[in-house]
Design a binder for this molecule. Structure first.
Ligand SMILES: [Zn+2]
Ligand SMILES: [Zn+2]
Length: 135
């Protein structure tokens, strides 16, 4: 199994993830938009136990968005890193922090009902207006 490396912009945080995402897609919700500063956020999900923080753990700040969801970012450079789903036991990794190319590619769009008004989705991947029940 290939291991993927991921780092924040300043490089203080280094994360290793096995190349075995369970799902991968684009989220267009208003919260990802605010948090990432981008129209949409590409994320890949896998079990939290598989995510290894190799360096810079002390620089990770968690914004407690809800009971279920923590948003992680680098305290030094501000890069958004991942979403931690506490009950679900999953990490949704922001694909933009990856240094290596995963085998899987994003295969869906979610929350397209709340996408930015200026955003055009130009591919033919399936679009869900809201959230799938199993994610
Ligand atoms: Zn950083
Ligand atoms: Zn989102």
């Amino acid at each position: 199994m290939k291991t993927l490396s991921a780092t924040c912009l300043c490089g203080s945080i280094r994360i290793e993830i096995p190349d075995e995402f369970e799902y991968m897609g684009y989220c267009h919700c208003s919260e990802c938009r605010k948090f990432s500063g981008s129209d949409s956020a590409s994320v890949g999900g896998l079990d939290s136990s598989k995510v290894k923080i190799k360096t810079g753990n002390e620089n990770i700040t968690y914004y407690h968005k809800t009971e279920e969801t923590d948003l992680a970012f680098c305290s030094i450079c501000g890069s958004s890193l991942f979403t931690r789903k506490k009950r679900g036991g999953k990490h949704n990794i922001r694909l933009g922090i990856l240094n290596d190319t995963p085998t899987q590619k994003p295969s869906f769009h979610i929350f397209t009902g709340s996408k930015a008004k200026w955003e055009n989705i130009c591919d033919s991947l399936p679009q869900l207006e809201e959230k799938p029940s199993n994610k």
